[in-house]
Design a protein around this ligand. Structure first.
Ligand code: AMP
Length: 116
């Protein structure tokens, strides 16, 4: 398993591999998912390498709140006026594949519920 500083998302933060970045500030980065599951599929990640939501601690409350506000901001920026879904896959059963917390923004089409 890669260390927290050696995930593919850490490399995107450090600009070691390319990504289609749509938003950045001191705490967060947002970029297009390389394998989109909807017409709009953007990932919002903290620059701080929290591996997954269940690893977050009370001291992370500021960055966790900031991530949700970043989702709202990015969704507005890309014009998701008809709604969108926010997904966090946490751990093995959820299919988390990158050990760096990420929030999926999915939109641009009608989404089914429940997800698989
Ligand atoms: P998850 O399955 O919740 O861990 O989501 C990881 C997401 O990261 C998947 O939707 C992948 O398509 C996406 N992904 C993996 N590598 C990259 C990359 N280099 N650039 C953008 N998205 C990526």
């Amino acid at each position: 398993m890669p260390s927290e500083n050696d995930t593919i998302f850490a490399k995107i933060i450090r600009r070691e591999i390319p990504a289609d970045i749509v938003y950045e500030d001191d705490l967060a980065l947002a970029f297009k998912d390389v394998n989109p599951q909807a017409p709009v599929h953007i990932l919002v990640i903290p620059k701080q390498p929290i591996p997954q939501l269940s690893a977050a601690v009370p001291e992370d409350h500021r960055v966790l709140g900031h991530l949700l506000l970043t989702v709202k901001r990015v969704a507005e920026q890309v014009g998701l006026t008809q709604g969108y879904r926010v997904v966090i896959n946490n751990g093995q059963d959820a299919g988390q594949s990158v050990d760096h917390l990420h929030l999926h923004i999915l939109g641009g089409r009608s989404l089914q519920w429940p997800p698989g």
